[in-house]
Design a protein around this ligand. Structure first.
Ligand SMILES: NC(=O)c1ccc[n+]([C@@H]2O[C@H](COP(=O)([O-])OP(=O)(O)OC[C@H]3O[C@@H](n4cnc5c(N)ncnc54)[C@H](O)[C@@H]3O)[C@@H](O)[C@H]2O)c1
Length: 388
């Protein structure tokens, strides 16, 4: 029964009518073969090592195709994870190959927009790693295209899924923090070493790293109305595995000030030059990376919004701060494609929301404009809030 939404259940029982005598709901539900969502993964590099186990763990999803322009990577991932999928060297071949329902886009950031458009045009739902498009306008056009074809489009990250996000959001909504004034988020490490696209035009530390904090802070505090930012390039040259020595073209250092409703101001800092011994493995991080301040209490998220280890709530003049919400409840940052894919099968609506992802994309673009012009930039986009 858990895989059948109430709406579908009611539709089924209504159409089946009294003629269907079922001995028990459970045995009836078991007798319905569950349709699996057929998924195609494009981009078989680093992050596919996180996505594939997630997708393969789902009873509602079948990974039918793998694709990479470095074709040996599609073959290697197919073998390594026993996927038993069809493999393709480009998106056109994959779209013309075995049928599937949803494409999961895990390629270089700059390629997402074009690939997502091609998949939507071909009638596929899309989960995209960030960013879903190279500009906010292009992202909006993709969403219109998806809607015109009755398809779903979603974009990473999945930070709003964590129990810690939910706890913080509910604590804010309950008024525990009093009047909220300020919040801060930070995320950085010394930068990926394997691919040049992170540092090329259309890459950068904002769409790769700051995007998590922007999603968390807007998710907690509501859509931003305006932004001011400064970005810079601290390290103008890098050596990466795929291209050797390269010139850094996209910001590797960024500070953003976001203006939310009711005078709330939040700050995000992110960069590819932050010493952080935890790198991509932060399960033991005991420091906080997100803080929210009100006049009755403050909260600090321990770990990162993508790797949540608990929330410290400080709301007493006499008692020490309390470490709460330490249970991750199975949340993993790489779960977005699985969760949204399963929501299609179940006919349910996940908390992850494409308008929220588009809002973050507009923030990133506006931050670059603000830094280049020295001006405050007004934002247009919004999303359904509160999220939890
Ligand atoms: N690596 C991580 O830990 C991590 C974590 C979270 C999010 N991400 C995001 O995931 C995406 C991929 O990052 P990555 O680290 O896996 O990069 P990567 O360089 O390891 O892998 C990207 C793969 O995409 C392939 N590719 C590029 N263009 C293609 C195209 N047109 N068609 C088919 N394949 C194509 C490349 O050949 C490469 O194998 C990025 O958006 C990144 O921001 C990465």
């Amino acid at each position: 029964m858990q895989n059948l939404s109430r709406k579908k259940f009611l539709q089924y029982t209504a159409s089946a009518g009294a003629a269907v005598l079922i001995s028990s709901l459970e045995s009836w539900a078991k007798s319905i073969p569950q349709k699996k969502l057929k998924v195609a993964v494009i981009g078989c590099g680093s992050v596919s090592n996180r996505y594939l186990p997630q997708l393969l763990s789902s009873k509602l999803i079948e990974v039918v195709s793998l694709c990479d322009i470095k074709y040996d990577r599609a073959l290697a991932q197919n073998r390594q994870y026993n996927v038993n999928a069809h493999t393709y060297p480009n998106v056109e071949a994959m779209l013309a190959g075995v049928p599937f329902d949803m494409m999961v886009t895990l390629t270089d950031m700059q390629a997402h927009e074009d690939l997502n458009r091609k998949a939507l045009m071909a009638g596929k739902h899309v989960w995209s790693e960030k960013p879903m498009a190279n500009t906010y306008a292009a992202g909006k056009a993709l969403l219109s295209l998806a809607r015109s074809k009755n398809l779903r489009l979603w974009g990473a990250p999945a930070v709003v899924n964590s129990p810690q996000f939910e706890f913080m959001s509910k604590t804010i909504q309950a008024g525990t923090l009093g009047r909220i004034a300020s919040a801060h988020g930070q995320y950085g490490h010394t930068g990926p070493t394997w691919s040049a696209f992170f540092y090329e035009k259309g890459g950068g530390s904002m769409p790769d790293l700051g995007v998590y904090n922007m999603a968390t802070l807007t998710g907690l505090l509501g859509p931003a109305k305006a932004i001011m930012a400064m970005t810079s390039i601290v390290n103008p040259e890098r050596t990466v595995d795929d291209k050797g020595k390269i010139k850094v073209e996209a910001e590797d250092n960024a500070h953003l000030l976001l203006e939310h409703d009711k005078g709330i101001i939040s700050h995000v800092m992110c960069g590819f030059n932050y010493f952080d011994p935890h790198g991509h493995e932060a399960g033991t991080q005991s420091l906080h990376s997100i803080q929210v301040y009100g006049d009755k209490a403050n909260m600090r998220l321990i770990g990162y919004d993508w790797e949540t280890n608990g929330v410290v709530l400080d709301n007493s003049w006499t008692e020490p701060a309390k470490l709460l919400s330490t249970d991750k409840g199975g949340y993993e940052w790489q779960e977005g494609a699985r969760v949204t894919g399963e929501s299609i099968v179940n006919g349910t609506e996940p908390r992850i929301n494409v308008e929220h992802a588009l809002h973050v994309l507009e923030i990133i673009e506006a931050a670059r404009e603000s830094s280049a012009t020295g001006k405050k930039i007004m934002l247009q986009s919004t999303f359904k809030w509160p999220m939890a």
